[in-house]
Write a protein of this length. Structure first.
Lengths: 851, 170
């Protein structure tokens, strides 16, 4: 609840400020950028899933008119540091790799050489002139193959294709299983699918002749993170070289030591919990990692901050997680721009994006449930196997998502005990990246399994959930895995509302009647909660420490009386310019038009290492904008009081005019205040400016229940969705139309995932879905109308906003698959896989023989 | 833009303005619009005619500018997203409908949807929801689930009919 202001804009569906440029073709996407004399990049990519590179001949390509140069893997390796990964766990082998493949290719699409030419057309012509002698190796295409002990390894130093094998128990698992009336076990498989934003990846390295430095423009979700990562990976120098630099620039060394000390003391608690067993394990497996880390980190420290590439991003055509990766292509382009003193542009094509732009959800989960015959679920024992592909995405790869899967899997159900076993395996497939709710398989499997349990016990899906889900009066209460379900945890409210809305009794009658006509109707329910961004103890349970647990906002009164709000968030469809403008406008008492939200330029935005992701923006940036604006308001009122010779307590702000309450004629404007501040100078150097870092306060969960109705046509195998309901709670809605857009978009991607999309590979790991004719994105004909109901749990908490971007895609796969099983269960169909295109539906229903 | 290989001269009218231009014959209409005329509002999503982001109006028909060579457009009149805006820079009724109904999120697909919607409404000023759904089914959007795009076109229809009524009354 906002105590201090009337709240005229928060809560209303104000139109988007982004639209003036985006609807007129004046947006500024990365592919739109052009610089005089810039070179165009194209990557030669491996046609083989796994092979040794015996030789590579680029001489003919280099001779092609218009080609500036061709860079091979060995040449790239000599000039860059490898891509390293930051989330380390004991027992996890993390391979490091370079921007280009060197001696071996490990997936179809592996970049092998980089051509720089005067146009993309010429660069692609040159790709065809490069000769590579590949010696094929046995490939690893599936989880089953990855688990074969004699299989060829993707990463030899790992010793096998199992990169992590770990287990954790919460509560008395053995006891719960021994006490249960029965144990039900199923294995569920989720298929590899892919984010596929409409805009592919791309970057432009702008070489500045005057400074010899690069300004790096990229369609990235994380500008500051990318800046530091490029600083680590490019301009490689040895440790002695860096050390010599540091000794020559003692001030830099001192600054680093002082910074490190401050960081250690600020994060004493979380650092204390950080064990370095992951690092130790990795060094044991591959001692060379120490050299690379030392070169990367000491090199970064030695570099002058002002000489790190500033990263800039403007409009981004969607991402859903895949543009949070620091990519090999970005490292290659930046490094070569610095190497050759040239500006370079790279725009990925759709085939490349389907191949290597990021895939996700390649998982298998075996789950055993200890249940009593009255429907009480006592415990789960889960075995996850996650196929990460060949190259772990930098800086955070799949293993961290596996940890979130573990922590979230119990949902809001009262489990007594829980066991989670994680196996991460390497395969010769594209990089596994974050995709909208990267841990969502836990919700899919749990909600699917609850239906299985209900069916075995003769209960309904609603009954099994109501029997086990925490009620509001039990709150706060800890999940068996640790995080607190706080008093705003309304998952059960959303479930109860959804059941009411769905009118299940009437549906059952309709289903019965339809069956008599040979029509197959079904209904599916799924409830989840997600960390958006989670209560304070969520981060502690996912990874020790909260290094990245605050979001900054800087709010500035400009000379013309407008207000600039600088954030490190990097919007790419979420409409942050509009929503944070609304938040700031309400705090300041001005119209949103008077507020300009500034993002995407590391030279002016406040530092933050997380970019946009993890559903942090609503609660954390929303709070940071609230408090920095509130503080700015108070400074503005102080100065206005001087100007008006009035007491601050008597002042009000109405539509940007600051006046004595009840006396609108005695007023000054924001511009008057700015002028006065500029004239007087003072501590702010003639500027009013505030900055606030907000850790999210109580943070909190977002939650929803999805209900999906299906009609399955057993002539064609097509699944129609006549109705779809979402009942959600993401706290206070800043802009309802934007919230609903996020929910609908997420559900649409879930519909695509279950019924259409698959990043298919054959059994030798050859990619089979390299175009939009093979990888099917649903159209307007496939996506149902989605009915949304909001629950807003009242709270006195400041900035009671929570993230809403990911949930649509977390709730929809279980709701849809549950509905399909409900429609076909009377034919003996059980659904244990997530991808259900028409052919598979017909196979499962026995209409056509299974392949 | 450097020239390699065979070139040809083409004359086109783009958003009401006549251009004569030497183009490399292998370059697509989208390449020439974006790189040579700097009309970057037309976007390339897949470059194989599936996603529809590059759709432009060419002599009254919706055309995938990624599938058409620029030389094939010689003599044609073309409208791109930039040509939809009012002369004074304000949003046209079509664009305003998408703003008012929160049509897009990232809006990378917007150029194709706007041109497709324009051509639908040119032909059928009062389409039903199902007609709209079908008319936009050749364009992909990854953000919205399409409902807001359909609602936007309905909003355009409402605004246009209100404007007509106002015109008749005044």
């Amino acid at each position: 609840m906002r105590a201090s202001v009337a709240g005229r804009f928060v809560g209303s569906s104000v139109t988007r400020v982004e639209d003036q440029r985006l609807l007129t073709g004046k947006g500024s996407f990365i592919a739109d950028m052009t610089l005089p004399g810039m070179l165009h990049a194209a990557f030669l990519r491996s046609p083989m899933p796994h092979a040794r590179i015996n030789s590579i001949d680029v001489s003919a390509a280099r001779r092609l008119p218009g080609v500036y140069t061709v860079v091979t893997g060995e040449e790239m390796k000599a000039r860059t540091n490898p891509l390293l990964n930051f989330a380390m766990f004991d027992g996890l082998y993390i391979p490091h790799y370079w921007a280009l493949a060197t001696d071996r290719v490990r997936m179809v699409g592996d970049p092998v050489a980089l051509v720089l030419a005067t146009s993309r057309h010429v660069a692609e012509d040159a790709l065809e002139l490069i000769e590579v002698d590949y010696e094929p190796l046995e490939a690893v295409a599936t989880i089953e193959q990855a688990l074969e002990p004699s299989r060829t390894t993707v990463w030899d130093k790992a010793g096998s294709n199992v990169l992590l094998d770990t287990s954790q128990q919460y509560g008395d698992v053995e006891g719960a299983f021994a006490a249960a009336d029965r144990v039900i076990t199923r294995t569920f498989t989720s298929h590899r699918h892919s984010n596929q934003p409409m805009e592919t990846r791309g970057c432009v390295a702008e070489f500045e002749q005057t400074t010899g430095e690069v300004t790096f423009h990229s369609a990235t979700q994380n500008t500051h993170g990318l800046k530091w990562y490029l600083g680590m990976t490019t301009k490689r120098q040895t440790v002695p070289q860096s050390a010599a630099w540091l000794l020559k620039h003692r001030d830099r060394l001192q600054r680093f030591v002082a910074g490190a000390r401050a960081f250690m003391s600020e994060n004493k608690e979380s650092l204390g919990e950080t064990d370095n067993s992951g690092m130790k394990y990795l060094v044991k497996k591959d001692p060379t990692i120490l050299r690379h880390m030392a070169r990367s980190f000491v090199g970064l420290v030695a570099k002058d901050r002002t000489r790190l590439p500033e990263v800039k991003a403007r409009d981004i055509g969607g991402a859903f997680g895949c543009k949070g990766v620091f990519s090999r292509e970005e490292v290659a382009v930046c490094a070569m721009a610095l190497e050759f003193g040239q500006s370079i542009k790279w725009i990925e094509d759709r085939n490349e994006h389907l191949l290597v732009g990021g895939q996700a959800r390649d998982e298998q989960m075996k789950i055993s449930a200890a249940v009593n015959d009255d429907g009480e679920v006592l415990a789960f024992r889960v075995h996850l196997t996650l196929a990460e592909g060949a190259y772990p995405a930098a800086p955070i790869a799949a293993p961290i998502f596996a940890v979130i899967m573990k922590v979230m899997m119990p949902g809001t159900y009262r489990l007594r005990a829980f066991e989670f076993n994680t196996r991460i395996v390497a395969t010769n497939k594209g990089p596994y990246v974050a995709y909208r709710g990267p841990w969502a398989v836990e919700t899919w499997v749990r909600e699917r399994m609850l239906d299985v349990i209900a069916r075995e016990l003769g209960m309904t899906p609603a009954e099994i959930r109501l029997r086990n889900m925490v009620t509001m009066d039990e709150l706060p209460r800890k999940m068996v895995t640790g995080p607190t379900l706080d008093v705003r945890m309304s998952a059960r409210t959303t479930l109860e509302r959804a059941i009411e809305i769905a009118d299940l009794d009437r549906f059952r009658a309709e289903q019965e009647a339809a069956r008599a006509e040979g029509r197959h109707l079904g209904i599916g329910i799924a409830t989840y909660h997600e960390a958006a961004p989670g209560p304070p103890d969520f981060a502690d349970n996912v990874m020790a420490g909260g290094f990245i647990s605050a979001e900054p906002a800087r709010t500035v009164l400009e000379p013309d009386g407008s207000v600039s709000v600088y954030i490190q968030q990097m919007p790419h469809g979420q409409s942050h310019e509009t929503t944070f403008g609304q938040v700031a406008a309400d705090e300041l008492g001005v119209s949103p038009e008077q507020v300009h939200v500034k993002f995407g330029d590391t030279s002016v935005t406040p530092f933050g290492i997380a970019g946009t992701g993890g559903s942090r923006a609503g609660a954390m940036t929303g709070g940071a904008v609230t408090f920095s604006s509130r503080e700015l308001r108070s400074h503005i009122l102080d100065r206005a009081a001087d100007l008006l010779e009035a007491s601050v307590e008597d002042l009000e702000i109405t539509d940007g005019a600051i006046h004595v309450a009840g006396v609108p004629s005695i007023a000054v404007t924001f511009a008057d205040v700015a002028t006065a501040v500029a004239r007087d100078g003072g501590p702010g150097g003639g500027k009013l400016e505030t900055k606030h870092d907000y850790d999210g306060g109580e943070g909190g969960w977002a939650m929803a229940t999805h209900v999906c109705w299906v009609e399955v046509d057993l002539e064609t195998g097509f699944v129609k969705i006549p109705r779809y309901v979402v009942v959600e709670d993401c706290g206070e809605l800043i802009n309802p139309a934007i919230v609903e857009g996020q929910v609908r978009g997420g559900v649409a991607q879930g519909v695509g995932a279950v019924l259409y999309e698959r990043a298919a590979y054959d059994d030798d790991a050859n990619f089979q879905a390299g175009t939009f004719m093979d990888y099917l994105i649903p159209t307007s004909m496939e996506i149902p109308e989605i009915e949304i109901h909001h629950v807003e749990t009242p709270s006195e908490i400041a900035a009671n906003y929570r993230g809403v971007g990911e949930g649509g895609m977390i709730g929809s796969p279980p709701a849809i698959t549950n509905a399909i099983e409900d429609a076909l269960a009377h034919l003996g169909v059980t659904i244990t896989e997530q991808h259900l295109p028409p052919s598979r539906i017909l196979e499962l229903a026995g209409v056509i023989p299974a392949v | 833009m450097s020239q390699h290989g065979e070139t040809a001269d083409i004359s086109v009218v783009v958003n009401g303005e006549a251009w004569t231009h030497t183009v490399e014959v292998r370059r697509t209409l989208a390449d020439v619009l974006r790189d040579d005329l700097r009309l970057t509002g037309t976007h390339l999503g897949c470059e194989q005619g599936v996603c529809g982001a590059c759709t432009v109006e060419l002599d009254g028909a919706a055309v995938r500018s990624c599938l058409m060579l620029a030389v094939q457009a010689d003599g044609a009149a073309i409208t791109t997203i930039e040509g939809l805006t009012n002369v004074d820079g304000s949003l046209s009724t079509l664009q305003a409908g998408f703003r008012d109904a929160h049509g897009f999120q990232c809006a990378f697909c917007a150029p194709g949807f706007l041109i497709t919607a324009k051509l639908l409404l040119d032909e059928n000023p009062a389409p039903s929801r199902e007609e709209i759904r079908e008319a936009i089914s050749g364009n992909l959007c990854r953000c919205t689930g399409y409902e807001s795009i359909i609602a936007s076109i309905e909003q355009v229809v409402r605004s246009a009919s209100q404007a007509d009524t106002t015109e008749v009354n005044s």
